[in-house]
Design a binder for this molecule. Structure first.
Ligand code: XMP
Length: 512
């Protein structure tokens, strides 16, 4: 039975990060709504409970309350920010609105030694984001740390095993936040750090077996790490009852189709239908320049081709999808503030409404880094595991203007030079995404004695934590010069290379 420390979600934007940190420590965690009914909680699996932060004030009308089952539970409880205020409020302490909201970097000083802060300096940097703070502690609690604007930055009641911290240990701006969470999970809760690649692979395999039984599953392979790991997990669980479908839409990277076929069919022995539908896709895209129309055409075409191929598989009743845990969390939290959509991300593989297949989502409880760890555990080559994300519409959104096979070929060659040079220089893993873009303009050049009027390639490489914001990668000039040289010399029809130095925002990562 898996021990877990769930995080009760009181609405903080970083609640998900607490779950990630606990899992990184090796303790299984899930984000659960603060008002989840008590009977939905696996009480016998609890090693502890974390209460997340949140935007409310405990005095607001309708502010989220401390669940009765938490009050009744005997396991240790850690309240973070709003969670701490709620602990205090629920047990008779005094929470007040501070004269000034404390937001950003702050330093706190420990007022005593405590296992929660074991081995840490007396004064440390933390990230604060709160309006209310605690003015007097509930009975039985002692202060652990303070600063001039937050008299009780941390508190403890060791007899009850309740702890509160006013700052956010889950964010990188609290350098020792992980240590504090580790002390809570391992020392105070006494949890065993057993959540690791081998355990979540084993669990996922058991779950798939239980869901699918002797049924047959279809899995679309995209060339990305998520669908690859999903396929490997399902293959481990049900062997030949899995058939993968890979659609070459003519907008893949150089040799991508061959790599997918080699890796999955030849090396892993997975049943794979590979279909070259490039004529169909490129035909449907002919003359189309508008990025959103490109996405729509590709999405619709994909569904049709995929369905056609899937119908050839006798008796399949399940369809695998690479849904990750963050998608699940987001979809379960409709009250979470929604960001503004900048571009529609029609993921290729969008399902038609009348689809009769049952979904199998083996990555449903995994974060991206866990998917990668599972990939390694399952024998997927490192090159795959660490692949940069590639958009569903593929090169279509990197060929600005109308798409032709010739233009796709030019871009493929240029992109391959850039990516292989990044790998050779050891820079690939230092960027989170890198690619070439074929611009819809031509420019004058000179080659030998003659003038040329030819295509322009833009190189894009970014560093990012979450793809929501990104910085352009500060690649060495010598490296860029070398890549530029190779592209203009080796890719016929290109006479100029530019490097994109825009961050996101205001730019986006892709050009379309
Ligand atoms: P942007 O360009 O919005 O990209 O900064 C953020 C991340 O999303 C990827 N992206 C897509 N992925 N279908 C996808 O599956 C799409 O239509 C799409 N558009 C952008 C992009 O590559 C980056 O990783």
């Amino acid at each position: 039975m898996t021990q877990m420390i769930p995080v009760l979600d009181f609405g903080s934007q970083t609640a998900q990060l607490i779950v990630r940190r606990l899992r990184e420590i090796g303790v299984y965690s899930e984000l659960i709504p603060h008002d989840a009914p008590a009977h939905t909680i696996a009480h016998d699996q609890l090693a502890g409970i974390v209460l997340s932060g949140g935007p409310a004030s405990v005095y607001d009308d309708g502010a989220p309350q401390m669940p009765e089952w938490v009050l009744q539970s005997s396991v240790p409880v850690l309240g973070i920010c709003y969670g701490m205020q709620l602990q205090s409020y629920a047990l008779g302490g005094r929470v007040v609105r501070a004269a000034q909201r404390e937001y950003g970097n702050a330093s706190i000083t420990a007022t005593c030694t405590h296992p929660l802060f074991a081995g840490l300096e007396t004064t440390q940097q933390v990230w604060m984001s709160h309006g209310d703070h605690i003015e007097s502690l509930p009975n039985g609690f002692t202060p652990l740390a303070s600063n001039p604007s937050t008299p009780f930055a941390a508190m403890a009641n060791d007899a009850k095993r309740w702890y509160g911290i006013q700052f956010h240990p889950e964010v990188v701006h609290t350098p020792h936040g992980r240590d504090i969470l580790r002390h809570f999970a391992l020392t105070i809760c006494g949890a065993t750090p057993s959540w690791q690649a081998s355990s979540f692979v084993a669990e996922a395999v058991e779950r798939i077996k239980a869901q699918v039984g002797t049924g047959k599953v279809i899995c679309g392979l995209s060339g990305g790490v998520d669908s690859a790991v999903a396929a490997l997990l399902i293959h481990k669980a049900i062997g030949d009852n899995l058939t993968c479908v890979f659609v070459d839409n003519g907008l893949l990277r150089l040799n991508e189709a061959e790599q997918v076929i080699h890796t999955f069919r030849d090396s892993m022995g997975i049943k794979l239908i590979a279909v070259d539908a490039s004529d169909e896709f490129l035909g449907a895209l002919a003359g189309v320049s508008d990025p959103e129309r490109k996405r729509k055409i590709i999405g619709e075409k994909f569904v049709r081709v995929f369905e056609r191929e899937a119908n050839k598989i006798d008796g399949a009743t399940f369809l695998a999808q690479g849904t990750l845990y963050p998608d699940v969390i987001e979809s379960k939290a409709p009250d979470r503030q929604k960001g503004v959509t900048i571009k529609t991300h029609h993921n290729v593989g969008g399902l038609p409404d009348d689809m009769t297949l049952t979904l199998v989502e083996p990555l449903r409880y995994l974060f991206k880094d866990e998917v990668r760890a599972a990939g390694i555990e399952l024998g997927l080559a490192e090159d795959w595991v660490w692949r940069h994300p590639f958009p569903g519409p593929g090169l279509a959104v990197r060929i600005l203007g109308p798409i032709t096979r010739e233009r796709a070929d030019i871009l493929r060659l240029a992109d391959n030079i850039f990516i292989s040079e990044l790998r050779t220089a050891g820079l690939y893993r230092q960027t989170q995404q890198a690619f070439a873009v074929l611009l819809p303009v031509q420019s004058v050049g000179v080659m030998g004695d003659g003038r040329t009027y030819a295509d322009v390639i833009a190189l894009r490489a970014i560093t990012t934590e979450d793809f929501m914001t990104a910085d352009w990668a500060h690649l060495p000039y010598e490296f860029l010069a070398h890549v530029s040289n190779r592209i203009v010399n080796e890719v016929a029809g290109v006479n100029r290379v530019v490097y994109d130095i825009s961050s996101k925002p205001p730019a986006t990562i892709e050009w379309e």
